[in-house]
Design a protein around this ligand. Structure first.
Ligand SMILES: NC(=O)c1ccc[n+]([C@@H]2O[C@H](COP(=O)([O-])OP(=O)(O)OC[C@H]3O[C@@H](n4cnc5c(N)ncnc54)[C@H](OP(=O)(O)O)[C@@H]3O)[C@@H](O)[C@H]2O)c1
Length: 160
């Protein structure tokens, strides 16, 4: 199953100049705790900004660059994202969709769970989280932290 994980502000901003618009070490800590020992999927732009694979996780990078694995040892390239999403949506393994914007937009329909850090305030930014139908999800929990809240949404199951 796919779990999307994102930090966004009150206007859905997520990025500025290739990085996050805020500095929230506590949010990075919870990202690490949730994703450790799991597979993480990110777009090439987000990966290049980080610059190296994140330790103790399977790092999957979505790109058209067929030489990504040679350039960045420890990374697995995903070259056909749609097929990857279709093939893994029913996997028992929890696979984290970690952005950026273009990756979130394509993966959202396949995600069962969204872990959203809602950052207090509105920041200067150049990248937004895509709009989506929040009524397809129910709120599982909201956890308050200093400067942000972690909201967990789970996709409603259609019993019909
Ligand atoms: N706040 C947060 O939680 C959060 C999380 C992650 C990222 N971000 C921010 O988001 C911004 C980056 O987002 P972005 O949308 O510009 O870039 P991105 O989604 O990280 O990466 C886009 C790249 O991914 C590859 N790609 C996307 N779809 C593909 C497909 N279907 N097939 C093959 N390759 C595909 C392409 O790489 P190639 O050009 O190599 O083919 C494309 O240029 C940054 O500012 C970052 O800090 C924020």
């Amino acid at each position: 199953m796919f779990t999307l994980i994102v930090a966004m502000d009150e206007e859905r901003n997520i990025g500025k100049n290739g990085w996050m618009p805020w500095h929230l070490p506590e949010d990075l800590k919870q990202f690490k705790a949730r994703t450790l020992n799991h597979a993480i999927v990110m777009g090439k732009t987000t990966f290049v900004a980080i610059g190296k694979p994140l330790p103790k996780r399977r790092n999957l990078v979505v790109t058209h660059d067929l030489s990504i694995e040679e350039k960045y040892p420890g990374v697995e390239g995903v070259f056909d994202f749609q097929s990857f999403l279709k093939q893994n949506m029913d996997s028992p393994e929890e696979i984290f969709i970690c952005g950026g914007s273009r990756i979130y937009a394509q993966a959202l329909p396949y995600c069962m769970k969204l872990v959203i850090s809602l950052v207090e305030g509105v920041f200067e930014a150049d990248t937004k989280f895509p709009t989506f139908d929040e009524s397809a999800f129910e709120v599982e929990s909201i956890e308050k932290h200093d400067g942000f809240s972690v909201k967990i949404l789970r996709r409603k199951v259609n019993d019909a």
